[in-house]
Ligand binder design. Structure first.
Ligand SMILES: Cc1cc2nc3c(=O)[nH]c(=O)nc-3n(C[C@H](O)[C@H](O)[C@H](O)COP(=O)(O)OP(=O)(O)OC[C@H]3O[C@@H](n4cnc5c(N)ncnc54)[C@H](O)[C@@H]3O)c2cc1C
Length: 405
């Protein structure tokens, strides 16, 4: 059995290991000068390769059953075991799994070593532009050459971080075999906001709860460290909803984020706390009343938004002023105007429609012998090791199914 894999990213390498272990002759084509370029940048160079808190809710996909079935074949524990078997020990940080070395390179090294010992041929610096069917197999054309394969695994990635090689070209192969592409949008990405106050907040990080609204309907909230930038919002709570908001923005829907700087207190408790401070700060300024609550710049912007000048005497603040500050502490709203684009995104939401792919084999239901693995499929995960888990799961299934058939 000759199997051709397009793309030597996480999913392509996994598929290659699994197919070659079953005796298939595997060739991977990679347009970069080395495999796994994106893998090296994951987890800030440490590679958060899976997460022990795993279920299909951690994924955004049109069918939860599809993800559940795939994870039932190869899940997070299988991933930890797989990497242990090929030599990599792991570090567990509250369920977030990293290589013990804390070097993404280690993940790539063990995969590449396993490919080497299973005689996987990795052809580098080769961009595949054309795959055609020949009989029950496929011809892959590159430069002036062509190779024949019984099976093809398309593992070209999505459109996120195109500098690492995944520029959306893989969707063309899928279209060629009759597949529908769910419009790709950036996910796990920063969000841009129109409000002027972001310039004052640039660089500030703050533990808070962010609720996200599409057309004034709350679609969910997330607590964690929010990062303010001069153009808008970043940080894990923002990343988690960014794909959903990016899609809504592309459809012309109105999106906003509402930040709660004191998620552990009710609004009444915040008013009570401010009233106590107010009573004790009669000789001070409004800004001095705020000192000790939040980051200096957040205090400044809260006062500004409540329409109170920083040097106003605290004694002259009335109860409306105090509830105004409390309001913005609990409901600091920001209008979201755009996502930060594929260049800055960690992952792609959208891709090959999974209703046209079998979850138990990752084979196309439209064209026999064509398999998909990784981010090219319309499955994207939360931040925290879920996207690599999807690459391992789908790569494992595709590689084994292609070799077994
Ligand atoms: C900065 C960053 C940090 C991240 N951190 C994490 C993390 O810590 N944990 C996590 O779970 N996920 C993380 N991710 C997401 C994760 O890296 C991806 O979801 C995953 O690598 C996707 O694997 P893949 O094999 O589907 O695609 P890719 O890794 O993108 O690989 C696709 C490969 O195909 C090649 N290719 C494409 N077209 C062709 C062609 N025509 N011919 C030949 N070769 C081709 C590309 O060059 C590329 O090497 C991160 C992503 C980024 C950008």
């Amino acid at each position: 059995m000759k199997i051709g894999i397009i793309g030597a990213g996480a999913s392509g390498l996994m598929a290659a290991v699994c197919a070659s272990r079953l005796g298939a002759l595997v060739t991977i084509f990679e347009k970069n000068d080395k495999p796994g370029k994106k893998l090296l940048s994951t987890g800030n160079g440490r590679c958060n390769y899976t997460n022990l808190l795993m279920n299909s809710d951690c994924y955004n996909a049109s069918s939860r059953a599809f993800v559940e079935e795939a994870l039932s074949i190869f899940d997070e524990n299988d991933a930890v075991g797989f990497f242990k078997d090929i030599g990599m020990l792991s570090k567990n940080k509250n369920g977030y799994m990293y290589p013990l070395s804390e070097q993404a390179n280690t993940v790539l090294d063990v995969l590449a070593m396993e490919c080497r010992y299973n005689n996987v041929n990795i052809k580098k610096n080769i961009k595949i532009d054309n795959i055609s069917q020949k009989g029950s197999g496929f011809i892959v054309k590159y430069d002036d050459k062509k190779d024949y394969f019984d099976k093809i695994i398309i593992a070209c990635g999505g459109m996120a971080a195109p500098k690492t090689g995944s520029d959306g070209g893989g969707y063309e192969f899928a279209r060629q075999f009759g597949h529908t592409i769910v419009k790709p949008v950036p996910a796990l990405v920063q969000l841009r906001c129109s409000d002027k106050f972001f310039k004052d907040l640039s660089g500030v990080r703050c533990e808070s709860r962010v609720s996200f609204y599409i057309n004034d309907r709350c679609v969910g909230s997330e607590q964690g460290e929010v990062q303010f930038t001069d153009y808008g919002l970043s940080g894990i709570p923002v990343f988690q909803y960014s794909g959903r908001l990016a899609r809504a923005l592309q459809s012309g829907e109105k999106c906003k984020a509402v930040i709660d700087f004191m998620p552990e207190s009710t609004k009444d408790e915040v008013v009570l706390m401010l009233n106590k401070r107010h009573k004790a700060s009669q000789d001070k300024t409004a800004m001095e009343l705020m000192i000790g609550l939040f980051n200096w710049n957040i205090n400044k912007v809260l006062l500004k938004r409540a329409g109170i000048s920083a040097d106003k005497k605290a004694s002259s603040l009335n109860s409306r002023d105090i509830s105004g500050i409390a309001y913005y502490i609990k409901e600091f709203d920001a209008q979201i105007t755009a996502d930060n684009g594929f260049d800055r995104a960690q992952v792609t939401s959208g891709g090959v429609d999974i209703s046209e792919v079998s979850a138990s084999t990752m084979e196309s239901t439209l064209c026999r012998g064509v398999y998909f693995a990784g981010e090219i499929l319309d499955v994207d995960g939360r931040c925290g090791g879920y996207n690599l888990q999807w690459a391992w799961t789908s790569g494992y299934i595709a590689g084994r199914a292609a070799a077994n058939d």
